[in-house]
Design a protein around this ligand. Structure first.
Ligand SMILES: Cc1cc2nc3c(=O)[nH]c(=O)nc-3n(C[C@H](O)[C@H](O)[C@H](O)COP(=O)(O)OP(=O)(O)OC[C@H]3O[C@@H](n4cnc5c(N)ncnc54)[C@H](O)[C@@H]3O)c2cc1C
Ligand code: SF4
Length: 515
């Protein structure tokens, strides 16, 4: 009897649940690189290299640990898996539950010659069932309550034990210390980078061939740059990134978390999401290592708490809510936004707006942008301009190195675009050019003026912001957290508002064209 274990591309941890309990002597492991993924979505080149190279490195690591492993390059899962099962006389196929719902549905539809056994995922701290028990106790789901429960439940940054345990330092949250605008000349620590090894070079060659095939077939080129490629691609490198983060950025994590600086795309951000999302790192091992660093006095408590809140709080929260909200969530469009995506998003530049073009340029190079660039520049533009939420979610999914369905839906549909009507965020994250001017260095290099609301130099974020509020005047009239801005809208001179709205319409019609 031979058991088969299919390790999916984002389940690369050596202790992932489908492998646990199997005997390497009677188990055969498979990883499949499916090219048909490109037929559905043209992913950023850096993302494809990262995922496929990480799979090849994980296959090599598993083989070195004594497993019998096959890495298949196939047109599709359906074309490769049945033949593999038969040729190795596999009697049962074990697969860890995927984090992404559409992927599970796709696997369910495969016509397999042997029984498929789903194994409950151990990739997150909260199981879907445990999250459902927690969520069913509330009518509104807010991060802070979930995060505190996570701290207690997993005994993270707590003093004492059981019901009498209290948060370390007597405080749950140091968020207010994390909002500093960038000071002049702010420079963050250099990120740790890796040069592509032979396995990664082989994947890059494959990408070049795929690109050539797309050109022959008349398909548009894949987005983003292939070179230079500097991401880590193995668990060993992911662990090095974690240690580098602790040594060089953890102590500074926090104060400039919301700052955006031209030429400084990473600042003190952890750069851990690609590795966590591929399973190269487990969130609990990261949290425990961070706690250890705190005990060794390598970082102040505010920084430590700041980053742990992101991983134990936001990451688990968005994953839990994705499953809790169910399959209809990705279709929501509460604000009835239907504008097509502007061409500059597909082309990763060319908007003429310094903030957008800077972030898009950095995204083109690495597939990465930090949280505030994603939320307050990219998604904020989508929200204000009324871009179609499903099209924008798909765009984020194509373009981001760490993009997966489970993390994308709640972050883009919910947090970024308010398309879920406030199930995730208590109000829309809508901001004018004043916010970007305060929190970034972008405006000084821009042809637009962040102080103007009308006229040819007026910052498009201002024009679109007031138009957004006016467009949704009725909808937000009774919203308690929008009361202040709606009062400001009411005070706007009607003639000026009329001009702003005409200008917003012209911006939407002139710049963007459908992609
Ligand atoms: C519109 C939008 C799209 C996003 N798309 C993605 C995505 O495709 N993939 C992704 O992993 N994250 C996404 N995020 C969340 C967050 O922006 C990224 O996790 C973070 O920027 C990754 O960079 P980092 O590792 O340097 O994170 P840091 O800022 O250093 O944070 C540390 C870790 O916390 C976790 N984290 C922090 N915030 C979130 C969050 N809101 N949701 C989930 N995890 C979080 C990540 O694992 C991250 O690695 C998105 C946020 C927004 C607003
Ligand atoms: S002026 Fe407006 S468009 Fe230009 S960088 Fe600032 S916020 Fe962006």
């Amino acid at each position: 009897m031979t058991t088969g274990v299919w390790v999916l591309g984002d389940q690369l941890h050596p202790d992932q649940a489908a492998l646990v309990g199997c005997d390497p002597a009677t188990t055969r492991v498979v990883l499949i690189e499916s090219a048909s993924v490109l037929a559905r979505r043209a992913y950023h080149r850096q993302k494809l290299v990262l995922v496929w190279s990480a799979m090849r490195h994980a296959a090599a690591d598993l083989a070195a640990a004594g497993w019998q492993v096959d890495l298949l390059e196939a047109e599709s899962f359906a074309s490769a898996l049945p033949a593999w099962l038969q040729s190795h006389r596999i009697t049962e196929l074990r697969v860890m539950e995927p984090a992404d719902r559409p992927f599970r549905d796709q696997i369910e539809r495969l016509d397999l010659p042997v029984p498929l056994r789903w194994v409950a995922s151990n990739a997150f701290l909260w199981s879907q069932e445990a999250f459902a028990v927690w969520a069913s106790g509330y009518r509104q789901w807010r991060l802070e309550l979930f995060y505190r429960e996570g701290r207690r439940r997993f005994a993270v940054l707590m003093e004492g034990e059981g019901a009498s345990a209290t948060p370390l330092g007597g405080q749950w949250n140091f968020d207010r210390e994390n909002r500093r605008p960038p000071r002049k000349g702010l420079v963050g620590p250099e990120p740790l980078i890796f040069e592509p090894d032979a396995l990664t070079q082989a994947v890059m060659d494959k990408l070049r061939r795929l690109d050539a095939q797309r050109a022959e077939a008349g398909l548009p080129p894949l987005p983003g740059s292939l070179e230079p490629f500097h991401w880590g691609v193995s668990r060993a490198q992911a662990l090095q990134v974690l240690e580098h983060f602790i040594a060089t950025r953890l102590a500074g994590f926090g104060p400039y978390q919301d700052a955006m600086v031209s030429g400084q795309p990473t600042l003190w951000h952890a750069l851990l999401s690609p590795y966590l999302n591929l399973g190269l790192l487990h969130p609990l091992e990261v949290i425990r290592r961070l706690e250890e660093a705190g005990r060794e006095q390598q970082a102040p408590l505010a920084s430590l708490e700041g980053v742990i809140r992101q991983i134990l709080g936001w990451r688990e929260f968005t994953h839990g809510l994705y499953h809790w909200f169910g399959p209809d969530y990705p279709t929501l469009n509460h604000l009835e936004a239907h504008e097509p995506l502007p061409a500059f998003l597909g082309e990763l530049g060319g908007s003429g707006m310094a903030c957008l073009d800077t972030v898009l340029g950095e995204l083109a190079t690495t597939g990465y942008a930090h949280h505030i660039q994603r939320l307050m520049v990219l998604a904020n533009y989508g929200l204000l301009a009324g871009l179609d939420p499903q099209a924008l979610t798909a765009w984020f999914h194509h373009m981001f190195i760490d993009g997966f369905d489970w993390v994308m839906q709640t972050n883009v549909i919910g947090m970024g675009l308010f398309a879920d009507g406030g199930r995730l965020a208590s109000k829309p994250y809508a901001a004018s050019g004043a916010y970007i001017q305060r929190m970034s260095t972008y405006c000084s290099g821009c042809g637009y003026d962040p102080k103007q609301r009308t006229g040819p130099q007026a910052c498009p974020f201002n024009v679109l912001y007031w138009d957004f509020l006016a467009r949704h005047r009725q909808r937000f009239a009774g919203h308690p957290r929008m009361a202040l801005v709606m009062q400001q809208l009411a005070k706007r001179d009607p003639a000026e508002l009329e001009q702003i709205r005409r200008q917003a319409q012209a911006h939407r019609e002139a710049g963007p064209k459908a992609v």
